[in-house]
Design a protein around this ligand. Structure first.
Ligand code: ZN
Ligand code: CU
Length: 481
């Protein structure tokens, strides 16, 4: 294409563009004007524009972290260093059925909502107030939000130990509609967690229908990721099928030693189901999961690392087995004594995780827990780990395929229409990284070390991260459906 003269503020010169669609990387300049990408091609000419030499580096769409629990941290600590340092430019909050808006706690924060923040952080009585608080905080990354089904249950049910009554269903539906009207992306559910255990398929179907009619999505932390995984997957499919709500299976995994090796079976079932209804999934590139400490998960087979414990903070960083031994208790009894708290569970097989991550419908979601004092390393490392460890070093997938999972696939699945690609007319969320050095640095021992190799990150056209530190003003926005 012949070069013509452009009006632009910034030109990224000489990089290797990976456009997000999965096609091969190509040498091209990228021109930005205001908050948008205005041109992509070789030899762009834009008199007066700031030139940034990115030769030797990849220019990719900013990464979209589709599975986060950043509901409150994006307001209380808006620099979002754990995310922007990985090249993430958008986070989707409210996953696993637990969303923060509308919740209030008078004393301690109930489980599992304590994964999100401290009591005083829960301060938004309407979804609109939450949206305005994000806009006022202007986080360093964009934020889009799901509405949690467990949150709706806690707000609307007299007794969460049973399915919602017709009147309670209507109340939940009204709150959901209100949030959707304010731009929420859809509904998340977590029937794995106590506040939603008692929910039945009919209760969830009704909410999924509302979401589908509004053009939103339905994400599910299924009831059982262990031996009962097939039944649990079928339950999630049954919720979404009648309304054809786009279903996203959260952090898909085959958990528990007895369940290892079953990814081919679960992915086969997902592929089969995709012929009847839309299904996608997300996962994080680790063999340990992380959530609250729960005695029923301490099966004595899976190694468990305690991340935090309110009654026993001194036990953070120790294995549950060693604590149980020191106390002369079973692991389940020790877990009981450590609650409330959080832990990492080494419950997945590497081969299963690799199969899931490589599935063409699988996105990347960190599932990072930003409120944990000693978080699972996925919070600071998930995206560079996929690019550096799994794509470059292990050659599990091409760099282009890995970028696609983090960008266009995520944007298309969640309905973020003007993001996820390096293309003229789209918002200028861009991540410039060194393909030879990008890697996660966070470990279970040192969980908050920032990743290496992310050179520059642009959010809505503005430089937001440069060579290991935040740069400039925070320009993240609340993204409406
Ligand atoms: Zn979850
Ligand atoms: Cu989660």
């Amino acid at each position: 294409m012949a070069s013509h003269t452009l009006t632009a503020d910034i030109v990224l010169r000489g990089g290797l563009v990976i456009d997000g669609d999965g096609g091969p990387a190509r040498a091209a300049d990228v021109a930005l004007a205001g908050d948008a990408i205005v041109a992509v091609g070789p030899g762009l000419t834009a008199p007066g524009a700031r030139e940034i030499d990115v030769s030797g580096l990849v220019v990719a769409p900013g990464f979209i972290d589709v599975h986060t629990h950043d509901d409150l941290i994006c307001i209380t600590q808006p620099d979002m260093v754990a995310k922007i340092s990985q090249g993430v430019t958008t986070v989707i909050t409210g996953n696993c059925g637990i969303s923060a808006p509308l919740l209030r706690f008078s004393e301690t924060v109930d489980e599992p909502f304590n994964l999100l923040g401290a009591r005083e952080d829960f301060a938004y009585d309407t979804f609109a107030a939450y949206r305005r608080a994000i806009e006022a905080a202007a986080p360093r990354v964009n934020v889009a939000a799901l509405v949690g089904h467990s949150t709706l249950r806690v707000l609307c049910l007299d007794d969460i130990e049973r399915p919602a009554s017709p009147a309670e269903r209507e109340k939940m539906d009204a709150l959901l509609r209100d949030a959707l009207a304010e731009g929420a992306l859809g509904l998340s559910s977590g029937v794995f967690y106590a506040p939603a255990w008692a929910a039945d398929v009919e209760e969830l179907q009704a909410l999924a229908k509302t979401v589908a009619e509004a053009g939103g999505v339905y994400t599910a932390h299924i009831r059982d990721e262990r031996e009962g995984i097939i039944e649990a997957l079928k339950e999630a499919f049954a919720v979404a099928e009648p309304s054809q709500a786009p279903l996203i299976l959260s952090h898909h995994k085959c958990a528990g030693v007895r369940n290892w090796g079953r990814a081919a079976e679960t992915l086969g079932l997902i592929d089969q189901t995709r012929q009847r209804q839309p299904v996608h999934l997300d996962c994080y590139p680790y063999t340990a999961g992380s959530t609250i400490i729960r005695p029923d998960l301490a099966d004595g087979e899976v190694e468990i690392l305690v991340n935090w414990s309110e009654p026993h903070p001194e036990m953070a960083g120790r294995t549950l087995a060693s604590i149980a031994e020191a106390w002369g208790l079973t692991q389940a009894q020790a877990a009981e004594r450590l609650m409330p708290g959080g832990a990492s569970y080494f419950q997945m097989a590497e081969d299963d995780m690799r199969a899931i991550l490589s599935h063409p419908c699988c996105m990347v979601g960190s599932d990072g827990l930003p409120h944990d004092k000693r978080p699972h390393p996925r919070l600071w490392g998930a995206f560079p780990r996929v690019l550096g460890h799994y794509a470059r070093d292990q050659k599990l997938l091409s760099l282009e395929a890995a970028v696609r999972k983090m960008t266009s696939l995520a944007a298309d699945t969640f309905g973020l229409k003007d993001r996820g690609r390096v293309a003229p007319g789209l918002k200028a969320d861009l991540t410039v990284f060194d393909p030879d050095t990008i890697i996660d640095e966070s470990t279970y021992e040192n969980p908050t070390r920032p990743a290496s190799g992310v050179a520059l990150v642009f959010v809505n056209g503005a430089l937001a991260w440069r060579d290991g530190a935040p740069e400039g003003e925070r320009t993240g926005r609340f993204l409406r459906r």
